[in-house]
Ligand binder design. Structure first.
Ligand code: ME8
Length: 514
């Protein structure tokens, strides 16, 4: 397949020392929705996720657990691959930074940088707090202590540095020439002013711990986090083999989705590393916002971490996927609350979409001999609803290309709303007695609208959308976007199974089902 048809999307690779939480599930979910959308649109997709397994924190966590680092990361990484299964993520690959393919890749990138004099040996010095496990600059200190109040000591150790400062102008030029490289816009402006403020060379090795990729030709040093972690994106497509079919097809990546806290590494360090090695930078980096829990910042010490699997068990997978991508414009911060979750799941999914499908398919089942009805001549109202359904694909393409999931969903729900109003206006239950031919036309128009809605909802709510398409007897092979529009229309006379509800309501404990 040609490069133009390929689509490469990545999530961050997650630190294994944390249990999977909402942040991990959120970025991967957005990637998954985008990957599914592009596949249904006929693109050849590669969706990469995985785990970040090196560094001092992992070394310490392993030792605290009484395990060798390798055994520890094996065990912890599996929790993330399991999360992918539990959330229905369709990643094509799962990369781990301790894999041989990655060690070879990052060592090669290092050599390429060193060969171009982009890396040099210097001394890393700073105020270190053992308690915080963090370095502070002179200006961070408050009365000679860390801003946290912890004591600090002056530490110096040999370190390799990447000449980040030399890339300031070329980075700014790159942002200027590629206005879509960083999104959203406000984040782009932040990155640009950060780079304009001046870049200092970046420490890229350590001698104070061992759990990392050894620096080529200097085994006292291991690579220090970001150069190791970011390189996963090219390892995943076969680097250092730049003739690898996947590298040729998929690099540069179409989009790296990341949280706002790690945007700087992706939008500054990563393109600088790549340009310095004479490799093309990714096409786009999109930073999403952060969730709070019932209005409060999420933190381990508050004990209010949101476990994505527990959410799915409580509300359902489609429901959680829909909520996370609908409730908050992608890129903004947002709040998770039980109330908002239940309102989305009951109002939008059960009432608006679920009831539309249930009402229409029940009437077809009862009044049309459980077959797709034969339509007669179309009236204006029919044409109008079908035209809105047909227009959705282009509108959603535009939204997904901008990672604007919530606008895609708003648009889908506008058509769901229009279809519900059309049912009320046309009153097909009354036509059953007065004008059965007209009733069949109305139900056909509705079934065809629902087919469009379900095909296009698959990336977000794959379970429910799939069950709707099952109930419309749409073949598995006819669920891609190529089937949208009149050419793929439902065939009158096709027998349909008895309809069943697709989006259950959430019923609060103690309340009966309504
Ligand atoms: O950063 N809401 O790994 P990580 C939304 N290994 N997103 C959140 C969040 C919240 N409350 N809390 C965290 C790393 N996140 C590196 C990445 S990539 C080459 C290396 C997001 O396990 C956060 O923004 O800390 C980040 O994208 C991810 O969860 C956490 O990743």
């Amino acid at each position: 397949m040609s490069r133009a048809n390929a689509y490469y999307i990545t999530s961050p690779i997650y630190y294994v020392n944390d249990a999977p939480h909402i942040g991990h599930a959120y970025t991967s979910l957005a990637c998954d929705a985008l990957a599914r959308f592009m596949r249904l649109d006929g693109r050849e997709v590669k969706f990469l996720t995985g785990t970040d397994e090196h560094g001092q924190k992992v070394e310490k966590a392993a030792s605290a657990a009484g395990e060798a680092p390798q055994a520890f990361v094996e065990r912890m990484s599996r929790r993330f691959s399991r999360l992918s299964d539990q959330m229905g993520f369709t990643n094509d690959d799962f990369i781990r930074t301790t894999e041989q393919r990655h060690v070879a890749s990052v060592q090669r990138l290092w050599r390429e940088l060193a060969a171009r004099d982009q890396i040099y040996l210097g001394v890393y010095a700073g105020w270190y707090s053992v308690r915080d496990e963090a370095f502070y600059t002179e200006s961070d200190l408050v009365d000679g202590m860390a801003p946290t109040g912890a004591p600090v000591e002056w530490v110096e150790e040999p370190s390799y540095f990447f000449r980040l400062s030399a890339w300031q102008d070329r980075l700014l030029e790159h942002y200027e020439n590629n206005p879509d490289f960083i999104a959203p816009e406000t984040r782009r402006n932040e990155v640009i002013s950060f780079v304009k403020g001046g870049l200092v060379d970046l420490s890229v090795s350590r001698t104070s711990f061992r759990w990392g990729v050894p620096v080529p030709d200097d085994p006292d040093h291991v690579m220090y986090v970001w150069i190791d972690a970011l390189t996963n994106y090219i390892t995943g497509v076969g680097y250092p083999d730049t003739a690898h079919p996947e590298y040729r097809r998929f690099w540069p990546a179409d989009v790296h989705l990341v949280g706002k806290d790690i945007l700087r590494f992706h939008a500054v360090y990563w393109p600088a590393f790549l340009m310095a090695a004479e490799l093309p930078p990714p096409k786009r980096v999109f930073a999403h916002g952060w969730w709070t829990n019932e209005g409060r910042k999420i933190s381990k010490s508050l004990g209010n971490i949101i476990d994505p699997v527990a959410l799915v068990e409580r509300y359902g997978l489609d429901q959680v996927r829909y909520f996370l991508l609908r409730e908050v414009p992608f890129g903004n911060d947002g709040d998770f609350s039980h109330r908002a979750m239940v309102s989305r799941m009951n109002d939008d999914l059960a009432n608006d979409f679920g009831n539309l499908v249930q009402r229409v398919l029940s009437m077809v089942n009862r009044n049309c001999d459980a077959r797709v009805p034969e339509p007669g001549a179309l009236e204006d109202a029919d044409e109008k609803l079908l035209a809105a359904a047909h227009a959705l694909l282009d509108e959603l393409r535009d939204s997904f290309a901008r990672q604007s999931f919530h606008t895609a969903l708003i648009r889908l729900w506008e058509v769901i709303g229009a279809a519900n109003r059309y049912v009320d206006e046309q009153a097909p239950w009354a036509l059953n007695k007065t004008d059965p031919a007209r009733m069949r036309t109305v139900l056909y128009v509705l079934a065809e609208t629902i087919r469009h809605l379900a095909v296009l909802a698959q990336p977000i709510t794959p379970g429910g959308a799939g069950r709707i398409l099952d109930q419309l007897a749409v073949d598995e092979g006819a669920r891609g976007f190529a089937s949208l529009g009149p050419d793929g229309a439902l065939v009158p006379g096709t027998p349909l199974a008895k309809p069943e509800g697709v989006f259950p309501r959430y019923v609060e404990a103690g309340q009966g089902a309504r």
